[in-house]
Ligand binder design. Sequence first.
Ligand SMILES: [Fe+2]
Ligand SMILES: [Fe+2]
Length: 131
Amino acid sequence: MLIKPGDVQKVGNLLMDAVHEEEIRLLNELYEALLKKDLKKCDELMDELLVDLEDHFTTEEELMREFEFFAYPMHKAEHDQMRQRFKEVYDAWKKNKNTEEVVRFLKEEMVPWLKSHVARWDSTTAQQLGD
Ligand SMILES: [Fe+2]
Ligand SMILES: [Fe+2]
């Protein structure tokens, strides 16, 4: 398992917590497919993750705009960095189907990023929004 649900803290906003849980499920499924080198399944899940990540970030950005969250530009900037980084990894995957490269990205970049982003930004945002 790449990431246990308990590794990412609950932020206390039902919608945001549900979005995070779904993403953890998808990341774990992708990780298993990568380890098995099931390229067809990996390819489907990479497409799914591209859409899911965009949904995740857009949902939070809409909530922040709705509630006029003061740190919107900073929080969105972190999303934009990951959007860009994931797109690079996604494009490289489409070209060379290198499972090790994606595994490395998930372990060394995506998981640490998700944990710290949720702890620092999503939880502060959720406190402001309530549930
Ligand atoms: Fe989030
Ligand atoms: Fe976020």
